[in-house]
Write a protein that binds this ligand. Structure first.
Ligand code: UDP
Length: 377
């Protein structure tokens, strides 16, 4: 068997960053990946209609972190893309995050400036000093009417929980705007990789010191790979420990059932992502991929997202109960020598892409001294 210094389970963001960094300091890296492709949930490809689609849902990169932005720019060219989301509410299309246009459209208001918008919010919101869950977070920002129309049922569909059963942080991902800004994010850098995310991973992993073993379940082969210096595990944390701390109460994850359709017309909807926050449909949103990068094709591909319990885990479910279960695993993980848990599933954290890059880079630099760790390629 070939010598391996660094064994990595999973070829998503965390695994690819660690592989790239360790290969750069001369370590021999093996990545074991269960799926038949690299790039984790960022994986994208050209579909039968010639449209670049993401297999596991739209991925919109945004960051305020200079180090992460510099890092990702080494592996591809990026073009500016400020993501916008439309929500279909009461048969109207409105911007989300809530802004002046949202309120004017839904309530026939004539708000024209930030002061008026602030007054509207103040007269609707419920003053809650320290929101302790997602419902309180939304009520304290926009009040009960918008809560019902835009957040309550979307959240139930997404998590199979009402906002009151989730951490405030989940709903606080969505800001409220007192102006006309209709961008989903407000970070300094908002961009998409030219030709897709998969290319980035190909470039990160294109190094003589890196070998990738696809279609391989680590748990089926782990006895064959033992002589490593360090193991980085990026899969679900409970799986690593054979679910031993969650036999009576499961550590919850949400999965998504992506239902793809070809529509024989140039465009299906006015925007890349249209959310359906109401109860009239079971899916949360429809993504029309050809909007990203303004792709030109005769037909279009749309993907409806139905969030489900069973299936590949995509989202940890942030609330106190799951956090308590996770912490039992975390305590055990911390006892292990030379084994590191990293990423959304292994850290049970609802990381955005840039946070996943940052977290993996930070881990690398915390383990390797700056002298050993050469600057990024
Ligand atoms: N959310 C909502 N209505 C929306 C959009 C989001 O209630 O139209 C809530 C919902 O609970 C969702 C959370 O805000 O899970 C975070 O939304 P985000 O778009 O960040 O979710 P992601 O894109 O990660 O699925």
């Amino acid at each position: 068997m070939k010598q391996i210094d660094i064994l990595i389970v999973g070829a998503g963001i965390s695994g690819a960053v660690l592989a790239e960094r360790y290969a750069a300091i001369g370590k021999k890296v093996l990545i074991i990946e269960k799926r038949d492709h690299i790039a984790g949930n960022c994986y994208d490809y050209l579909d039968a209609n010639g449209i670049l689609v993401s297999k596991y849902g739209a991925h919109l990169f945004h960051t305020d972190d200079e180090q992460v932005w510099e890092y990702v720019n080494q592996f591809n060219d990026w073009y500016p893309w400020e993501h916008k989301v439309i929500a279909r509410v009461d048969d109207k299309s409105v911007p989300i995050p809530v802004n002046i246009t949202t309120v004017n459209t839904l309530f026939n208001e004539k708000i024209e400036n930030e002061d008026q918008m602030q007054r509207w919010l103040d007269s609707n919101r419920i003053a809650i000093e320290q929101p302790s869950n997602g419902e309180e977070a939304v009520l304290s920002k926009v009040g009960p009417v918008l809560y019902d129309k835009m957040f309550k049922h979307y959240t139930k569909k997404q998590w199979d929980k009402y906002p009151s059963e989730l951490d405030a942080a989940v709903l606080n991902r969505i800001p409220v705007r007192t102006n006309y800004d209709d961008r989903y994010f407000s970070d300094k850098y908002q961009a998409l990789p030219q030709g897709g995310y998969t290319k980035i991973f190909e470039n990160m992993l294109d190094h003589p010191n890196i070998e990738v073993l696809l279609n391989t379940d680590y748990f089926e082969v782990k006895d064959q790979y033992t002589g490593y210096e360090k193991l980085f595990y990026t899969g679900p944390v409970d799986r690593f420990f054979d679910f031993k701390h969650s036999l009576s109460e499961k550590l919850e994850y949400r999965s998504i059932n992506f239902v793809s359709e070809t529509i024989d017309q140039a465009f299906f909807q006015e925007n890349s992502v249209v959310n359906y926050p109401g109860q009239e449909v079971a899916f949360t949103r429809i993504v029309e991929y050809k909007h990203f990068g303004n792709q030109v094709t005769d037909k279009t591909t749309i993907v409806k997202e139905f969030t489900v319990d069973e299936g590949e885990p995509y989202y940890p479910v942030p609330n106190a109960k799951n956090q308590a279960i996770y912490e039992r695993y975390q305590r055990e993980a911390e006892q292990l020598k030379d084994i590191y848990f990293v990423g959304r599933l292994a850290n049970y954290k609802y990381f955005n892409m840039d946070q996943a890059f940052k977290n993996a880079l930070d881990l690398f630099y915390s383990l390797e001294t700056p002298i050993q760790a050469v600057e990024p390629r």
